[in-house]
Design a binder for this molecule. Structure first.
Ligand SMILES: C[S@@+](CC[C@H](N)C(=O)[O-])C[C@H]1O[C@@H](n2cnc3c(N)ncnc32)[C@H](O)[C@@H]1O
Length: 478
């Protein structure tokens, strides 16, 4: 029988039980986020029709999942009032605000071209509003399906967090966005301390937030010395656009680990790929009229980010080179990198019906994610000098490519564990016996792990084909 049989109806909700069973801890432990309200009907494949209705996803989420409204309030706590609300000054070294009560969240957001943005830095310029949260939560699901859980190396993370319910353990989620990853970890490990930090307030309901989870307003660029040696697990997912010196942040983050703790980086390879095997396609321009509109938007977004101080181009090689380079802090024997290829839309095929359904599910989520993402970049591209008419042209090409083409985005991953005290290798972990029937029954087919830096860089070389292009022209001067 298919992994993805039709959702089983229960009073008041619908749960795709066989699908939920195919997810590993802590997704299942976290109370199965894959629940839906009765208004959602199943497709012939047993997938939910809400996938084609961007906003409906919010009404389908369990209570702890981020909602439409930013309900959390923040107030000064760890902050020195002189440095709270200052940006990128390189001197704060503390969280600007900690979640408490009484300060209106709107102070932390500003509106540009009808979208909301953080007020701490211009370097990170993707929005922080309902449309963005909806997008991020879909992306979270797609990545989770690809990785088959909340992290790429479940056995290691579980072994590190192995105490009753995570007692005495601490988890840090950097640039936590909607807070979805933090919340799922807090539910899975109810005695662990989970801290999510971000430039913008997290849209959660304080009433339903797990008590072991807190959120802080903080700018990673200002340093993380206040978190030195505090965490067992650190998640640094998709924050590259907001970092001004990626390699420095890599070091700052590694220092936040306790001996033996693990850091997991995940970020996009914003060179998009086409077809399978994946091939780079140049950005659309007069020189490449057959090029991709979506690739052009991604390219210009990176350019605009760089102009605002982001090290987004520097991130690419830093992550593909992996964390072996941090051998003074991290144990190289525990470092690996990986590639996760995610299709946009349902074009990626497999002879295995279960795999095909998994790919289709991921593709639907990613199609909606990227359609929203490229629109979210418009305010900054307008500010960079691109006329609306040009953006509309790229945008309509991009929508057509995502809907009818064979586009995919690669997620690059890198992880490693901190050395033991006095530079010893990372302490050995006690393996946790896992019942194989608990493991996901369908393997995501486009996930590759590289065991060494050489393997990782050899894969970079292979992906280089076709990338040697003349960069497209800059925007017209005003
Ligand atoms: C693309 S979202 C990813 C959110 C989340 N990590 C996830 O994977 O769903 C990037 C998030 O990182 C945050 N961010 C970017 N740069 C940051 C910085 N310098 N300090 C703190 N947060 C940052 C942004 O505000 C945004 O919420």
């Amino acid at each position: 029988m298919s992994q993805f049989s039709a959702p089983k109806k229960t009073k008041g909700n619908v749960m795709c039980t066989s699908f939920a069973r195919s997810l590993p801890d802590p997704w299942v432990l976290a109370g199965s986020k894959l629940t839906a309200t009765t208004s959602i009907t199943s497709t012939p494949l047993g997938l939910w029709t809400f996938l084609d209705e961007p906003r409906a996803i919010f009404s389908s989420l369990p209570p702890h999942f981020p909602r439409n409204k930013a309900a959390t309030s923040y107030a000064g706590s760890m902050a020195d009032p002189k440095v709270a609300y200052t940006d990128d000054d390189g001197k704060s070294g503390i969280s600007a605000l900690s979640e408490q009560s009484s300060v209106v969240d709107e102070r932390l957001l500003r509106t540009v071209e009808g979208r909301k943005f953080n007020t701490l830095t211009e370097t990170y310029f993707l929005p922080a509003d309902e449309d963005e949260w909806s997008r991020l939560n879909k992306q979270h699901m797609a990545i989770g399906l690809g990785l088959q859980g909340l992290f790429p190396n479940g056995d290691i993370v579980r072994a590190i967090l192995q105490t009753k319910d995570g007692e005495g353990k601490s988890i840090l989620d950097l640039g936590c966005g909607t807070g979805v990853w933090s919340l799922e970890m807090a539910k899975a490990y109810p005695r662990a301390r989970v801290v999510g930090i971000d430039l913008a307030p997290v849209p959660i309901d304080p009433e339903t937030k797990p008590p072991n989870c807190t959120f802080e307003i903080d700018n990673i660029n200002n340093g993380l010395t206040h978190f030195d040696k505090q965490f067992d697990v650190i998640n640094a997912r998709l924050i590259g656009f907001g970092l001004q010196n990626f390699r420095k942040s890599m070091v700052d983050v590694a220092r936040c680990l306790k001996p033996g703790g693990i850091v997991i980086w995940l970020d996009g390879d914003y060179d998009l790929y086409w077809g399978y095997p994946p091939k780079y396609m140049p950005p659309y321009s007069e020189a490449y009229p057959e090029g991709s509109g979506l690739q052009r938007i991604f390219y210009e977004t990176r350019r605009a980010a760089t102009a605002k101080g982001s090290d987004i181009f520097g991130m690419s090689l830093a992550l593909d080179e992996g964390l072996w380079q941090q051998s003074d802090i991290l144990d190289p024997a525990t470092c690996q990198t990986a590639s996760l290829l995610l299709p946009m839309g349902e074009w990626m095929k497999s002879d295995d019906i279960n795999e095909a359904q998994l790919l289709g599910f991921v593709g639907k989520l990613m199609r909606q994610d990227i359609m929203a993402a490229h629109k979210g970049a418009q305010p900054v591209l307008l500010k960079a000098g691109w006329p609306q008419t040009v953006l509309d042209e790229w945008s309509s090409k991009a929508d057509d490519e995502i809907t009818n083409g064979k586009v995919s985005i690669r997620m690059r991953l890198a992880w490693g564990r901190r050395r033991g005290d006095s530079g010893q290798p990372a302490p050995a972990l006690e393996p946790i016996p896992v019942d194989d029937s608990e493991r996901p029954q369908v393997k995501y087919p486009h996930y590759e792990i590289y065991q060494t830096k050489e393997q990782s860089l050899a894969a970079v070389e292979k992906r280089k084909a076709g990338k040697n292009i003349t960069p497209p022209p800059f925007p017209p001067s005003p």
